[in-house]
Design a protein. Structure first.
Length: 187
């Protein structure tokens, strides 16, 4: 019967395992008991702390409720003062905005008309400036022509004076000298 010793060995191994786990559990419980005893000694101080925290929370709750009551009162007062007249103010604001918009539209039209007039005036001024520049150019040419004519007159007067002086003197030769044409003169 070899089956029974194998079963016995298995049962013994299982019992040994349970015993080891139980011993480990007892060891942990022993340590937990020490901790539990320590916590038991600290418990009164924790209870006092909890009581003081609960009291602080109650005080803050009371302050918050008082603040909420004040805030509700302020909102009610503001609503009583502002709401009855807010519709009037909105209507006044809408009227003011409509008049401003109308004024801006009129101003825009007037500005467009003025801009057109300004552009026309600028074109006319540009044309006049062009004509004045042409007139100044012509005036300059006319003055140059007058100066040239005056010099020509002075040159003619000088030539007449020379010719008059030469004709008063008798020629040294009896035959007069032939007159050369200006175009025939050698260069």
């Amino acid at each position: 019967m070899t089956v029974i010793p194998g079963l016995v060995r298995r049962a013994a191994a299982e019992a040994e395992r349970h015993l080891r786990e139980g011993a480990g559990l007892l060891g942990r419980l022993g340590r937990d008991l020490e901790r539990s005893a320590e916590l038991g000694r600290l418990l009164p101080s924790y209870i006092e702390r909890m009581a003081s925290l609960e009291q602080a929370v109650r005080d803050q709750d009371a302050e918050l409720r008082a603040l909420r009551t004040e805030l509700d009162s302020l909102v009610g007062q503001l609503n009583d003062r502002l709401l009855p007249r807010i519709d009037e103010r909105m209507d006044d604001t809408e009227r003011d905005l409509a008049s401003v918009a109308t004024s801006l539209i009129r101003t825009g039209r007037d500005t467009a008309a003025h801009r057109t007039r300004l552009e026309t005036s600028e074109r006319r001024i540009t044309d006049l400036r062009t004509k004045i520049a042409q007139l100044e150019q012509r005036t300059g040419l006319w003055r140059d022509l007058q100066a040239t004519m005056a010099r020509l007159g002075d040159d003619l007067d000088a030539m007449r004076a020379r010719v008059a002086l030469r004709s008063a003197e008798p020629p040294a030769d009896a035959a007069p000298a032939p007159v050369q044409n200006i175009t025939d003169r050698p260069a």
